[in-house]
Design a protein around this ligand. Structure first.
Ligand SMILES: Nc1ncnc2c1ncn2[C@@H]1O[C@H](COP(=O)(O)OP(=O)(O)O)[C@@H](O)[C@H]1O
Ligand SMILES: [Mg+2]
Length: 197
């Protein structure tokens, strides 16, 4: 079996399991993860933060985005560029006016209102989405490879942090040469410094 086929099978089973999490449990876990994320030294020291807005049964990231705005961070969100099949990064000022549903109904920055990230070195801290992670930082995304394309192109390497529910942490994942790893994994139960493994 190729890594792509194994990845696809894992995506389906973990996404299905995550959808079964009761919404109250998801909300509580999301709050706990957000609290931990905002206590990380790398977050506190960051001037510019790239986050994302959740869809489906993902960790609720709106709390994190709100807190980053309150904390005076420069807050950036990705927008899928269908032509290039890559992510464009925009700075947002608020969640009311600067964000609207885009590709796959995921809330994205409104291009007309937001400033495009011109300097790819400006981001200090990235909160990454994902389907599954290992404690050594391997990441399984949704199959678009968007972050595998984005991260190597940033001139200044930001700290890469995944926030995920503990049921998304697995012992092993298929890994291909282009897969980008995360530095920190934060769940409702633990904080893992992935680089130590
Ligand atoms: N740096 C890159 N440049 C171009 N294509 C890439 C790059 N990284 C990944 N890809 C493409 O993205 C596809 C999906 O990658 P994959 O790791 O399976 O998805 P995900 O990271 O979303 O789980 C790969 O088959 C590969 O062709
Ligand atoms: Mg990948």
């Amino acid at each position: 079996m190729t890594p792509q086929i194994r990845k696809q099978a894992l995506r389906q089973s973990i996404i299905a399991a995550r959808e079964k999490m009761p919404s109250l449990e998801r909300a509580r876990a999301s709050q706990a993860i957000t609290h931990t994320l905002c206590g990380l030294a790398s977050y506190r020291e960051a001037r510019a933060v790239l986050a994302y807005l959740n869809f489906g049964a993902e960790m609720e990231t709106e709390l994190f985005v709100r807190q980053a705005l309150i904390d005076g961070k420069q807050v950036y969100l990705p927008k899928v560029n269908r032509a290039t099949k890559q992510l464009d990064i925009y700075r947002i000022g608020d969640l009311q006016h600067d964000v609207a549903p885009g590709a796959w109904e995921i809330r994205e920055p409104v291009a007309e209102r937001c400033e495009l990230l011109a300097a790819p070195g400006a981001i200090d801290f990235v909160l990454l989405p994902g389907v599954a992670f290992t404690r050594d930082g391997t990441r399984l995304g949704y199959g678009g490879g968007f972050y595998d394309k984005l991260l190597p192109g940033l001139s200044h390497r930001p700290v890469r942090v995944a926030g995920a529910f503990s049921m998304q942490v697995v012992d092993r994942l298929p890994q291909e040469p282009f897969d980008q790893k995360v530095d920190w994994l934060v769940t409702e139960h633990e904080v893992v410094a992935c680089g130590q493994f």
